[in-house]
Write a protein that binds this ligand. Structure first.
Ligand code: MLT
Length: 274
């Protein structure tokens, strides 16, 4: 499905009925990554909405204007378009950076915050320089550098060995991301602020989920992230890397579903926009 959101065509999936869960994909991926969660959670009595962020998947890719504010505003406008006042929002990696922005700027729309394989810190100088280098390579027509930088470290070693088709499938999603989306999101991620010292301000019920073999967000970072949030729980998915939702969908879905049930009472709160 598509909707005109903030002047662009945004593609999204919307399945099921019940308390709403909005899932935000990581970089350089698209909403297709959420298929196992869309199937399981919609069957379990939840409404699951998964957009392609601007520049990604089947959404329109404007030439410029990418930022975490813009990504977050698109999510809020899509929720309004779909008649969703409040939702549990789950953000995977880059999607988690968008979720932090939502908590800062639109917290009344967030009934629960699921931080999935993500982190609260900003990029350090080396990280920013690496993003600028990758963006420049895309401008020079060498976009395969982005796939090269991410594809090999996304999975647990056992997944790469045992599920080569899954690795190929995820690589094929990366190739669908527009150049403008790659460059815009790399710049938006490099510019994002650090939230680690501000997590105590976010009293929304929260979940922090990690993968035991994640090489992008090490599992050791999950407990401190959760401990800094006033109202949170955490889980670590065994035998999973950065794509834990695809590598170990059952364990991932169980943890996410438990959190959805925990948050259900928050949906009775007034639907005030922020
Ligand atoms: C992602 O999976 O979204 C990326 O690894 C995030 C990042 O590059 O910081």
């Amino acid at each position: 499905m598509h909707a005109k959101i903030n002047d662009i065509q945004l593609a999204y999936t919307d399945e099921g009925n019940g308390p709403a869960l909005v899932l935000i994909h990581g970089f350089p991926l698209c909403r297709t990554m959420w298929q196992p969660q869309v199937v399981a959670l919609s069957a379990a009595g939840f409404r699951v909405v998964a957009p392609d962020l601007r520049g990604f998947g089947e959404s329109e890719a404007p030439r410029s204007g990418y930022s975490m504010d813009r990504f977050a505003d698109d999510i809020v406008e899509l929720m309004t378009y779909l008649g969703i006042g409040r939702a549990v929002v789950g953000g995977m990696s880059m999607g988690g950076y968008v979720l932090l922005n939502l908590l800062e700027r639109h917290s009344r729309r967030v009934a629960g915050a699921a931080f999935l394989l993500t982190r609260c810190n900003a990029d350090d100088a080396a990280g920013k320089a690496r993003r600028a280098e990758l963006a420049q390579l895309v401008r020079q027509g060498k976009r395969s550098a982005v796939e090269g930088a991410f594809a090999d470290i996304l999975f647990a070693p056992s997944t790469s060995a045992e599920q080569p088709q899954l690795v190929d499938t995820v690589r094929s999603w990366m190739r669908k991301t527009s150049d403008a989306g790659l460059i815009g999101a790399l710049e938006a991620m490099a510019a994002r602020p650090d939230y680690c010292d501000r997590l105590g301000e976010f009293s929304t019920p929260a979940l922090v989920m990690g993968g035991a073999e994640d090489r992008i967000v090490p599992q050791e970072t999950i407990a401190p992230f959760a401990a800094a949030l006033p109202n949170s729980s955490s889980c670590i998915i065994p035998k999973a890397g950065h794509m834990a939702n695809l590598e170990q969908p059952q364990a991932f879905n169980t943890c996410l579903m438990d959190f959805m049930r925990l948050c259900s009472q928050a949906f009775d709160a007034p639907r005030n926009d922020s």
